[in-house]
Design a protein around this ligand. Sequence first.
Ligand SMILES: Cc1cc2nc3c(=O)[nH]c(=O)nc-3n(C[C@H](O)[C@H](O)[C@H](O)COP(=O)(O)OP(=O)(O)OC[C@H]3O[C@@H](n4cnc5c(N)ncnc54)[C@H](O)[C@@H]3O)c2cc1C
Length: 406
Amino acid sequence: MEAVQFHPTAIVPVGILTTEGCRGDGGLLLDKDEYRFMPDYEPGKKELASRDVVSRRMTEHMRKGKGVPSRYGDHLWLDIRLLGKEHIEKNLREVKEICEYFLGIDPVKDLIPVRPTQHYSMGGIRTKPTGESPSLKGLFSAGESACWDMHGFNRLGGNSVAETVVSGMIVGEYVSDYCEANYFSIKTSTIEKFLKREEDKITKILENNEGENVFELKKKMQETMMNRVGIFRNGDDLEKAVDTLRDLLKRTKNIAIKNRVRTSNPELVEAIRVPKMIKIALCVAYGALLRTESRGAHSREDHPERNDRDWLKRTLATWKDEDSELPEVDYEDLDILSMEMPPGSRGYGTDNIVHHSDTKRRVQEIEEITKVNPGADRFEIQELLMPYDLPEKLQGKNERIGRGFK
Ligand SMILES: Cc1cc2nc3c(=O)[nH]c(=O)nc-3n(C[C@H](O)[C@H](O)[C@H](O)COP(=O)(O)OP(=O)(O)OC[C@H]3O[C@@H](n4cnc5c(N)ncnc54)[C@H](O)[C@@H]3O)c2cc1C
């Protein structure tokens, strides 16, 4: 859960994203002196570096005092004026509308105030290739909420399309197969017991006359996550974040709300949701504290190297006891010897990876398999390297990608 992707260009202060198409089409990032700083950091890719790299460079530049001061904190400028009115109105109309509605500015003439913001969670419910949880029978997950291994500790923009459409289709088939093959029965008394337990929790919140303000707890959680578990992380800050979040979690046991209505009550909704959010925040912060390396979106200033030798593993956080203050953290090793594409250096700059001993072996194995099967097409090679059982319905010919056709 500690792998959290930041998007570079959210508008300040509301945090709505301007598409990466702005930079893709030629938009520039400028600092408080209206100086274009990205070429200094990334001479090759400039503004087109991947979103985690751009987010880090922006933060680095603001830390040097080059951010534009504002009452909502420092920010930088996104300049799409050079693209011209016609292009913006045709290709970036949504950005123009967001700027007009939420900032009262016109990006054809004005600079857009931006800074990186939390965007996507690479972690999720651990699943088998079928989408089913390995530990809770009958629980399936697909999309952003799943840890289905479409990406690792980072993600390319656009991956969600594959994640939602492809995994949605595959996992959906497995869910329907599962439902056909399994009969499920729950005793009414079990449901009533659970319902009563949840109703009692709500009643306790509604009847509490003096206690914690849920909006203050939420704000403190947000500040802690942004300031101490953000784009750059280090052991000291993460430790403080875990301590603060543990304290906040304890305080959620005594939330009191002003609005006592049982239905359509946003304050009550927050009172139910915020303790759960703090638990998720703890999974992120605690996992990040324990992971003493940098990997993908998890960037530790005190451990800048990617350490495949010791850390090529998934963090599994579970909350076995509802009342405990911290999740239990376990690790699941990745099996390099069953990978179609073994780990490698696929980022920017120098290779500062501490490699795993199996990587070299697997690279040799793959070369060998490819060599002894000279006539095999990419589907056959993939089958030899990393077989994956698709649901029967999806095993047939696919004209679009050429599967099954010579
Ligand atoms: C501003 C923004 C821009 C993005 N741009 C891109 C992009 O350009 N390209 C890209 O690939 N990705 C992009 N992403 C990421 C992508 O949109 C998401 O990863 C993707 O939409 C997630 O889809 P999902 O179906 O897994 O989850 P969601 O779309 O979040 O769907 C989850 C659904 O579950 C419902 N739900 C939640 N709790 C319950 C409950 N208890 N009971 C019943 N229902 C519930 C929610 O209401 C929601 O409808 C963007 C994300 C954001 C926020």
